[in-house]
Write a new protein. Structure first.
Length: 616
């Protein structure tokens, strides 16, 4: 994969040791690579880069060394011109010389950056505003080490590849390891729009950007819609950029259809689109992709994922991610990107981000129903509703009263905690799921604490805006962007995200929440504004995505079942999850809802494959 790495280490002066450290840190950045930039060392600082399908570069200007991973945009025309001539790292070094630690405000676009004056011991690292290009760091005494991969940071001899029990617990809770933590002890991830500055050994972590929301707007719908259409077109044009071999993911949903339509209508030749299907009842949505492909006259390519594809792709997933990654739609994403690469496609456009900025996730509307309970006068709630919903024997069997009781109990839980009501780890006491020694070593409240920090940091009174801001980090940067970017890089193509163009994202904050979700209608503004552009079936379609029928196929495909069983047998001996829980999970999968219980089997299987692949 592409990436940047480096450190500022006052104790490392031996050139041979530095060279060995460079080699160790670069090793986890595996995958298709166009080559490495030479390590640049000034004083106690070193930076280096690996260019793959995404550009990465380094630059030295006197005592200043800089590294950039990704496609930066520059606020200053002079810096943009310098970047065009000598590369983004040269522009970053110049920006640092001009603006010091405030240089991060000169950079936009999907890029992670690192720059330092290693002689003076001053510098910074930063992640782009949407978290498209990741960056991790560690800060042992006298050292700051950073890399695009958590595994690369851990490879530094003064950090170490010690797996964190807390990281494992957080993974089991959220199926990814949520930032700011990682799977490695002492290694941290930067959140979207966050930077770390260091001055003579002092470290400061802060946000240089946050999305600004307007809870109300004086503009009429027609005015906002006109601005939106213009902004959307510009965003797609900027993202596509130079005339490379472009393809696009096409699920047939609102986001991918919008991106495909805008690009298809702007290109002189037919856009190649790639869609995934599943020969499993309730999972296949190929028909919607065909509707969009026909509507915009694309050159449509289709691939039906098989159970054997899962067996064949799991080792690649375990190898490609620097942490355990439990989103099973990584499989169809990789298969889709691989199909495109075989056709000579260099860049794949993805529609990720639309739900998180325009109000498209079903849980937003569901949570509004629970939030409405607080608007009922308190005397009425206490005198009538809560007594009816009370915990009296037999009432739960009376359908309306049982539903009312469940509603009242959930409404009493504040956001964002309520979003975790259906978490798999909440189905039974943790003492029945996890081994006692492991459980005693972790803070079980940390994953929800991470959610609260982002939710409460949102500069909006609206619960809709707060949930969307949370999902920019939680569902998008921690999950979907990592899924798409890593699987595309593993296939040898670059992923780009037109709906995460920063100008478009900032415009979305101007749309009041009552237009994003009107009543319980998701994406009301987006769909109404594009009603004459998208196919009618797309406008009416409910969200689905690239969901994988892993659970049902686990029952019927013997090689997949054998892989899962062997992985879980091995994992049960690690002292993390109780063997009795794993046996019950497999039994419930066989006799109950295969897709539901299959989710946790996948999460445990991927964790074991990731750990075993690294001999951890």
């Amino acid at each position: 994969m592409s990436g940047i790495c480096g450190w500022l280490d006052r104790s490392l002066s031996d050139a041979d040791e530095a060279a060995r450290t460079v080699a160790a840190i670069l090793r986890p950045l595996a995958g298709p690579s166009a080559g490495d930039s030479p390590a640049l060392t000034v004083g106690n600082g070193t930076v280096f880069a690996r260019t793959g399908v995404v550009p990465a570069c380094t630059y030295r200007a006197g005592n200043i060394i800089a590294a950039v991973d990704g496609r930066a945009n520059w606020m200053s025309p002079n810096l943009a011109a310098l970047a065009a001539r000598q590369g983004h790292a040269a522009a970053l070094a110049q920006a640092f010389e001009l603006h010091g630690l405030d240089c991060v405000r000169e950079v936009r676009g999907p890029a992670a950056i690192a720059v330092m004056n290693a002689v003076d011991g001053i510098g910074l690292i930063a992640v782009d505003r949407l978290g498209i290009r990741p960056l991790c760091y560690a800060n042992p005494t006298g050292l700051i080490v950073f890399a695009s991969s958590a595994e690369s940071v851990a490879a530094h001899p003064r950090v170490g590849r010690t797996v964190s029990n807390q990281g494992i617990f957080n993974y089991l809770h959220g199926h990814v390891v949520p930032s700011p933590g990682t799977i490695f002890h002492g290694v941290q991830k930067l959140l979207p729009g966050e930077c770390v500055t260091f001055t003579n050994g002092a470290i400061n972590r802060s946000f240089y950007w946050q999305l600004q929301y307007e809870d109300e707007s004086d503009d009429r719908f027609e005015v906002l819609a006109e601005k939106f259409v213009t902004c959307l077109g510009s965003a797609v044009e900027r993202t596509v950029g130079e005339d490379l071999s472009i393809g696009a993911f096409l699920s047939g949903g609102t986001d991918s259809s919008t991106v495909v339509g805008l690009v298809a209508r702007s290109k002189t030749r037919r856009l190649r689109t790639y869609s995934i299907g599943f020969a499993a009842a309730g999972f296949d949505e190929m028909n919607y992709a065909r509707i969009t492909a026909n509507h915009f006259a694309t050159e449509a390519h289709e691939y039906y994922v098989t159970p054997q594809d899962i067996v064949d792709t799991i080792p690649l997933i375990a190898q490609s991610y620097d942490e355990p990654f439990g989103n099973d739609s990584a499989v169809p994403t990789y298969r889709c990107a691989r199909l495109a690469r075989a056709d000579g496609v260099q860049v794949m456009l993805a529609g990720d981000g639309g739900d998180e900025i325009f109000g498209g996730n079903a849980r937003y509307a569901k949570q509004l129903l629970f939030e409405a309970y607080a608007s009922i006068p308190a005397p009425l709630r206490r005198a009538l509703i809560e007594p009816l919903a009370g915990n009296r024997a037999g009432r739960e069997r009376i359908w309306p009263l049982g539903k009312l009781r469940s509603y009242v109990e959930q409404a009493a839980v504040p956001l964002p905690d309520r979003l975790e009501s259906y978490n798999f780890l909440h189905r039974a006491p943790l003492s029945e799921i996890l081994n006692a020694d492991f459980l005693a070593a972790v803070d079980v409240a940390q994953p929800v604490a991470f959610l609260r920090e982002v939710y409460q940091r949102t500069r909006s009174r609206s619960s809709v805006n707060r949930m969307m801001h949370l999902d920019l980090k939680h569902a998008l940067a921690d999950n979907d962007l990592r899924k798409v970017s890593r699987m595309c890089e593993a296939a040898g193509v670059e992923a780009r995200f037109p709906l995460l163009d920063e100008a478009l994202v900032e415009f979305s904050g101007q749309i009041p929440p009552g237009l994003k979700i009107k009543g319980l209608k998701l994406r009301y503004f987006f769909k109404r504004a594009l009603a004459d552009f998208l196919p009618r079936e797309t406008i009416r379609k409910t969200k689905h995505g690239f969901g994988l029928p892993f659970g049902p196929w686990l029952r019927s495909h013997k090689p997949l079942a054998e892989l899962a069983q062997a992985s879980l047998d091995s994992f049960s001996r690690r002292g993390i999850v109780k063997p009795t829980y794993i046996r019950e999970l497999l039994l419930h999968h066989e006799t109950g809802h295969a897709a539901y219980y299959g989710t946790m089997i996948w999460v445990l299987m991927i964790l074991e494959c990731w750990l075993a692949g690294r001999k951890l």
